[in-house]
Ligand binder design. Structure first.
Ligand SMILES: [Zn+2]
Length: 425
């Protein structure tokens, strides 16, 4: 049995709106799982080694529910387009290059090394349509020690020739070949079924993917109600669906079989939200991307209050950074703009609520993850507040220090990272 103790100023979400705070607390870890946080070391753990980070903040690892690994290579560019133009002009041509093994290997090496150093402990990501490149990405992710879901993307229509699979049948066959090839190979890197979005996938392809999901009990990730033009397009392409979400649900790709993550959900009509609730669908809220691509402001307060599963996504490279600290901050800011400009009835998110989304909210997709309550995975970050100027007026509480860190800190300020009780650095 492996046991150790993390000591420091510990914070985690007790509920969506309340942070549990422990100045000079101890987090007990046994076999990769939290046994809880205490003011002092309990007698039964008196002999366990202590990793002493006194004076430092310790928080649960952050969860990225939505990003595109191949797009990391061009993050921070072409941020003056809307979604569909951005995809066609820039994203699709670069994703097509992942057909070249050497390019994919180099790009994914850089991406996975940076993700390992970031605040992210678990992530759910898109690859491209390419089987070999997807396997390279899974190998590289496994080496990081992070926990992830990686999806080979499916696209058989309305995509350029260079980034379109030959037919629905070819796409399904390639997906099955990929799943068979990676089955049982990795401990922390799991496959996830990934229809890019309704416009890219024919009904025949969706039907084939739904059959795989049913047969193998796999989770699904895709995009939903992100942008007005996209929503209109889906209405034309799928006239028999009651709404965009139903266009996935009719093929068992919305959480009725296995879990599903839908990125964005900025403009979901009431009946789509009801369907999300019924299916237990996870919303990945991606504020950075929603601003960069002028997509909209998701009603996250509503999702939280109505009990829809919701977490945060960086949506690299619609979002420019893998730093979920940025995403937490932007989730609060966007909710305030929404309150001011769209719906004064829907209060903004508090800092504690945005922090919950980045930890336990998204963590629920992985099981008991994103908290230090007893029984949760021991995924932890020790933060480096060095370089953040101390205010003159008073001594700060741990929560004030955390908020300040998130507003003023930067991507490189994670001092130590633990995943499932394993220290990565
Ligand atoms: Zn996306």
């Amino acid at each position: 049995m492996s046991r150790f103790i993390l000591k420091g100023d510990i914070l985690y979400s007790e509920t969506p709106s309340k942070l549990s705070t422990w100045k000079d607390g101890v987090l007990i870890v046994e076999d990769g799982v939290s046994k809880g946080v205490f003011p002092e070391v309990p007698a039964s753990f008196a002999n366990a080694p202590i990793h002493d980070y006194t004076g430092h903040l310790i928080i649960p690892g952050l969860i990225d529910l939505h990003l595109h690994a191949p797009q990391y290579a061009f993050r921070g560019m072409w941020m003056d387009e809307e979604l569909l133009d951005w995809l066609n002009k820039h994203t699709f041509p670069i994703e097509a290059r992942y057909k070249e093994a050497a390019f994919a290997e180099e790009a994914y090496k850089i991406f996975t090394q940076d993700l390992r150093r970031s605040a992210t402990t678990r992530a759910v990501m898109f690859s491209t349509i390419h089987k070999e490149a997807t396997i390279r990405l899974m190998e590289a992710m496994e080496e990081t020690g992070l926990v992830s879901y990686v999806g080979k993307v499916n696209m058989d229509r309305h995509s350029p020739d260079i980034l379109r699979e030959e037919s629905a049948q070819a796409s399904v066959q390639d997906t099955i070949a990929w799943l068979d090839e990676v089955a049982g190979r990795f401990q922390n890197t799991h496959p996830i079924i990934t229809p890019r979005f309704v416009p890219s996938c024919s009904d025949e392809l969706m039907e084939g993917l739904g059959a795989i999901v049913k047969e193998r009990g796999l989770p699904v990730q895709s995009h939903l109600s992100e942008n007005y033009s996209e929503i209109e397009w889906v209405k034309q392409l799928s006239p028999d669906s009651a709404n965009y979400g139903d266009a996935y649900d009719r093929f068992h790709l919305f959480g009725s079989e296995g879990k599903a993550i839908m990125a964005h959900c900025n403009h979901s009509p009431d009946e789509e939200v009801r369907l999300m609730k019924r299916r237990g669908t996870f919303v990945a809220h991606c504020p950075d991307s929603n601003a960069n691509l002028a997509s909209g402001i998701a009603p996250v307060r509503r999702y939280l209050d109505e009990g829809v599963h919701v977490g945060l996504g960086t949506d690299v490279a619609g979002g420019a950074t893998v730093s979920l600290f940025t995403t937490i901050r932007e989730a609060v800011q966007h909710s305030k703009l929404r309150w001011r400009l769209v719906d004064g009835e829907l209060p903004w998110l508090t800092f504690a609520e945005a922090f919950f989304l980045a930890t336990a909210g998204g963590g629920a997709f992985f099981g008991k993850v994103g908290s230090f309550a007893e029984g949760f995975a021991a995924d932890a970050l020790v933060l480096d507040e060095h370089g953040i100027p101390t205010p003159l007026m008073k001594e700060l509480t741990p929560q004030e220090r955390l908020e300040r860190f998130i507003y003023l800190g930067h991507e490189g300020s994670v001092l130590h990272k633990y995943v499932q009780g394993v220290k990565l650095f």
